[in-house]
Ligand binder design. Structure first.
Ligand code: ATP
Ligand code: MG
Length: 395
């Protein structure tokens, strides 16, 4: 019996003509993510198989596979090179010898139609084998504690019982690249995760304002990028020194417009960094109505400075729904660490909630913003975040 991981990619199967491209990306992502482990990867009838994994690596490999986008179900099973009913029976007996359960059923699928028994006959036969080899158990076809699946193909059979839910979506990279505006908050990492889930490969941009923001705030963002990278691949974080722009805004612009103008500057810089790095969209964590800069009027006046799509995956989620996802994907605990972001310093007492475009333009002309933006882009620092705790360890 060869222990294998079967990978099911249900949604990708709806891609018909494009399936080849999706699978190629999935395979390449898996190979990258499993670098350093020894295994072999094969395809067969709408499934992918990972075989020849060392026993000591098995749980780590399984965890990585379960955290890979494009995969809907992950099954740990055994590949049998002999499909005879006797061999199936003895393998099943081996398999259940260390398992504890009270009720069960057997489900069989047979793609080899020349097999001498029907699927139902095989299920019944193997059910009998299990009953004979384990005491105080019974069959429950409606609500079994455990289901044993048997798949019979031409030269192989597969035997499995545990099915893990994958995280679904499309393989990262199938839909091109996006630039995530990543702050240290709760919303933007969740947005990044949801964009990755739709197949978008991410780069990130972070605006910092030292000395008003700390090195811990930056490390927190880099650590969030690390966590996101664990679902895909290395994420390039563009760190933008925003102090001069923020101070110019603070000194020269009426304070009710501080946030609106600051965000228009962020968008302008983000769009240029995106163009330079072939990112087709911006992604951010704005959520309708959450704060003054996220009213519909604010969003439209802020959005007006860019001409690329801005995707806001959590736009229509409640904060509690966003928090739920943040906890599931492992960003929440880092996001709530108390280091201030540049958006939370210089916050006016009464930010405008219905900003006027003409006023924005008028106020912006009070500062040499084009030169400041160019300077900020020229001085951008690029840091690569990968699947490590490198930055978390610094907090
Ligand atoms: P988050 O939304 O990530 O929880 P937040 O609520 O503090 O953080 P907001 O003020 O709501 O952030 O900002 C809305 C969005 O703008 C963020 O989700 C993020 O996409 C972007 N953003 C805010 N601050 C920064 C920053 N310093 N660097 C990069 N992007 C930022
Ligand atoms: Mg927010």
């Amino acid at each position: 019996m060869n222990k294998v991981i079967l990978i099911k990619y249900a949604e990708l199967n709806t891609k018909k003509g494009n399936i080849g491209m999706f699978l190629k990306q999935l395979k390449s992502n898996l190979l990258k993510r499993l670098e350093g482990y020894s295994f072999s990867l094969t395809f067969d009838k709408g499934r992918m198989f990972l075989k020849d994994i060392l026993e000591e690596d098995f749980s780590s490999v399984l965890e990585i596979v379960c955290k890979t986008f494009g995969i809907h179900e992950v099954v740990v099973g055994y590949e049998l090179s002999d499909t005879s009913i006797d061999f199936l029976s003895s393998s099943l007996v081996d398999m259940i010898s260390t398992m504890d359960f009270n009720t069960f059923k057997v489900e069989c699928k047979r793609s080899d139609k020349s097999y001498p028994m029907t699927s139902l006959e095989i299920s019944k036969f193997l059910g009998g084998v299990i009953l004979k080899n384990k005491s105080s158990i019974h069959v429950d076809v409606k609500n079994p504690e455990i289901t044993f699946y048997v798949e019979i193909r031409q030269t192989y059979a597969y035997l499995y019982s545990s099915i893990h839910k994958g995280i679904g979506g499309y393989p990262v990279g199938t839909l091109g690249k996006g630039l995530l505006m990543l702050s240290g908050g709760i919303d933007s990492p969740v947005s990044g995760y949801l964009a990755m889930k739709r197949g978008v490969k991410l780069e990130a941009i972070y605006f910092e304002s030292p000395p008003h923001t700390s090195i811990e705030a930056k490390n927190k963002v880099l650590s969030l990028a690390n966590t996101l990278a664990s679902y895909g691949e290395t994420i390039k974080v563009h760190v933008i020194l925003f102090t001069n722009i923020q101070e110019a805004i603070y000194k020269n612009i009426p304070h009710d417009y501080l946030i609106t103008i600051m965000r228009r500057m962020m968008y302008r810089i983000a769009a240029r960094i995106a163009y330079k790095n072939r990112c087709k969209i911006l992604v951010n964590g704005e959520s309708i109505g959450q704060v003054a800069s996220q009213t519909l009027s604010s969003m439209s006046v802020i959005n007006e400075v860019v001409h690329m799509p801005v995707i806001r995956p959590v736009a229509c989620f409640d904060k509690l729904e966003i928090i739920d996802i943040a906890k599931k994907i492992g960003t929440y605990e880092t996001s709530i660490l108390p280091y201030e972001d540049c958006c939370t310093i210089f916050v006016p007492e009464h930010p405008v909630i219905n900003p006027q475009l003409e006023k924005c333009v008028e106020y912006e002309n009070l500062i040499p913003y084009e030169a400041l933006i160019r300077e900020a882009i020229e001085n951008a620092e690029v840091i690569k975040s990968d699947n490590t705790n490198e930055f978390l360890d610094l907090l």
